[in-house]
Design a binder for this molecule. Structure first.
Ligand code: COA
Length: 254
């Protein structure tokens, strides 16, 4: 069956699908198939990576976004073309017939995530929480005062999780806004402790906090994920995370 013969998945109003791919146990056959999906500039970029883990992460990320988008549109995975905004956020440039399909990507040691939606603003962040980081030293430069105070209140056993909780939430919001670090990190913050994280903003980060919903998830014992979603007015978002091997679509479409 060709890719054009497959039935495209549908995204309902407010629906956000999150596709997660593990970076462990990627076979050489899979890697070879992924390389076939790359554009010429992507292939050149992939070849420039000297560190094997970074090289694989780049390759799987490209394969994941291409095969994921092809689940929702009748477009072969290698055909997608992308452009970035002034802050580096990629979006689909071709084919334009793919409509308003939106995506956001995040990768970390061992994991790649791709969120897709038709009508929501979305931002995703995944972090490997076992990575070496001096949280006490970093926190003052990335957290707003309320977050810093709450982080410092956490006991030793909760500290790392609290740190990455704020970190992933802040990244997910920055990424959903698509403006990178031009949004000052101390101009917005999160309140944890309720049923879901709440966003607070100052005048240096103009926004309507009520339009945002935030979701936290632990895809594995080593990873934390946060997703920021702004759905159209009156629509409550629905989130569907799932694991995938990007290869599976290639196999289906072979
Ligand atoms: C670049 C940035 C968007 C994310 O960087 P990151 O956390 O290192 O990386 P992630 O894996 O989560 O995301 C990278 C992907 O986001 C996407 N991206 C890049 N710029 C983006 C932007 N402005 N908005 C949304 N998404 C963006 C890209 O798809 C990129 O992957 P690609 O280059 O392979 O296509 C930005 O937020 C940044 O530089 N952060 C620095 C880290 C920091 O200080 N964080 C403080 C948090 S408290």
């Amino acid at each position: 069956m060709g890719l054009t013969d497959t039935v495209s998945l549908q995204l309902q109003a407010g629906q956000v699908d999150v596709w997660l791919a593990s970076l462990s146990n990627v076979s050489s056959g899979e890697a070879l198939a992924y390389v076939q999906l790359l554009s010429e500039p992507e292939r050149a970029q992939w070849q420039r990576f000297k560190v094997e883990d970074a090289r694989l992460q780049y390759l799987v990320t490209r394969a994941l976004v291409r095969t994921t988008l092809s689940r929702y549109a009748d477009v072969p995975a290698r055909t997608w073309q992308f452009e970035t905004n002034a802050y580096g956020r990629p979006h689909i440039s071709q084919p334009q017939a793919s409509g308003s399909l939106r995506f956001n990507l995040s990768n970390t040691t061992g994991l790649v995530a791709c969120a897709v939606s038709m009508d929501c603003e979305i931002g995703i962040d995944v972090e490997n929480i076992t990575r070496t980081v001096d949280a006490d030293a970093v926190a003052p430069s990335v957290f707003a005062p309320a977050e810093l105070a709450d982080f410092r209140k956490a006991g030793l056993e909760d500290r790392r999780e609290r740190f990455f909780s704020y970190w992933t939430l802040k990244e997910s919001y920055i990424k959903a806004r698509g403006m990178g670090l031009s949004l000052p990190l101390d101009a917005f913050w999160f309140e944890l402790g309720g049923p879901s994280p709440l966003l607070c903003v100052t005048e240096r980060c103009p926004d309507i906090p009520d339009r945002w919903r935030f979701y936290q998830h632990a895809p594995t014992d080593e990873h934390m994920m946060a997703l920021a979603v702004a759905a159209p007015q009156g629509v409550e978002p629905s989130i569907y995370p799932r694991w995938v091997t990007p290869m599976s679509l290639i196999a289906e479409s072979a």
